[in-house]
Write a new protein. Structure first.
Length: 340
């Protein structure tokens, strides 16, 4: 079955050629279509690769630009990585460190031949998954297909209207951020919705790096405010006894603890008996709840026997109290705990 985006691109090319043959204002100008270099021969194609000029290596502006690109590309990759893992039908978790190392090596090589910075893009990743891609080979083939098209049919690629690509991006963006997502975040309360909407507005009206920084500052302010009212202890350990792994959540678990909890859950062996005890928790951030929910979903694929003791919500004002992730309310015999 032909994918929708290909139909949109083909239709855009056809209409562009039709309007050009008819003349008039409907014909697109050069800046309104894709523009890539066209090589007339193989040698001409390889001449497009340019070795960098290191004469400006001492220029501070070069370093500032390089660091900015590295930070923005890394943040974009990490955000896309999380979204891609959620789209994965097999619920696999991609190692973030390995992804960033591969991206760093790729950017070094790309820079040495005059290429643009490399980063993960949710549009290509989501399209890959929705098209049936299941392994990394689909991404590798995607790269080779792009290279082959740039070498063989660059003139056809230069006929693609940017409006067609914009329409595809708009549809993918809508699928990833439907109005129901905003309703869900609003239902979680101001403490979740305000940083969420502030981050979006910051990215839209400034740029990715500035927007994330603004959202992070708002979220940190909320955490500090909560910690000022009620401090909490966050410890990480590991204990295995009688075939049972017990994770006891602290009173206040925030998004700062997200990476540690995700790493701990990922290290649990397949086929284990796991108890997640949240009975003493007063505040659990929604991001942490999502990790626990994803772990509960993946547990059946890993043969893990999982039991979750929900927190006592009586008299507790919690921004995520309406999110119910408990699997069992049974009392568990007191065992040495793994505090997270």
């Amino acid at each position: 079955i032909v994918q929708g985006p290909l139909i949109v691109v083909a239709l855009g090319i056809f209409l562009n050629l039709l309007f050009q043959s008819m003349g008039g204002s409907l014909a697109l100008r050069g800046e309104q279509v894709v523009s890539i270099p066209v090589a007339e021969s193989i040698s001409g194609f390889f001449n497009l690769f340019v070795f960098p000029d290191f004469s400006s290596i001492s220029n501070p502006a070069v370093w500032v630009t390089g660091i900015t690109i590295a930070v923005v590309a890394s943040l974009e990759t990490l955000l896309c990585l999380e979204a891609t893992d959620k789209l994965d039908p097999f619920k696999r978790v991609t190692p973030a460190n390995r992804e960033l190392k591969a991206q760093g090596v790729g950017n070094v090589i790309s820079g040495l031949v005059g290429g643009l910075p490399i980063t993960q893009v949710i549009v290509r990743s989501s399209t890959n998954i929705l098209s049936g891609g299941r392994t990394k080979m689909s991404a590798i083939l995607h790269g080779f297909i792009l290279l082959g098209c740039a070498m063989v049919i660059p003139k056809i690629l230069n006929l693609i209207p940017l409006a067609s690509l914009a329409a595809i991006l708009f549809l993918v963006g809508y699928k990833l951020a439907k109005p129901t997502l905003f309703k869900q975040m609003y239902a979680l309360g101001k403490s979740q919705f305000v940083p969420f909407i502030v981050t979006i507005l910051g990215i839209v009206f400034t740029d990715l790096l500035t927007g994330i920084g603004i959202g992070l500052a708002v979220a940190i302010f909320h955490v500090l405010y909560n910690n000022y009212k009620k401090p909490f202890l966050f410890e990480t350990g590991k204990h295995l006894k009688d075939g049972i792994i017990r994770l006891e959540l602290a009173e206040d678990v925030t998004f700062i603890n997200k990476a540690s909890i995700q790493r701990t859950l990922a290290q649990i062996p397949d086929g284990s008996k796991v108890i997640i005890d949240a009975s003493k928790s007063i505040n659990i951030d929604y991001d942490v709840i999502e990790i626990i929910e994803e772990f509960a979903t993946n547990a059946k694929f890993r043969g893990i026997d999982l039991e979750i003791i929900e927190r006592n919500k009586k008299g507790v004002k919690n921004q995520a109290k309406e999110v119910e992730y408990a699997i069992s309310n049974n009392l568990i015999p007191n065992k040495e705990a793994l505090k997270v």
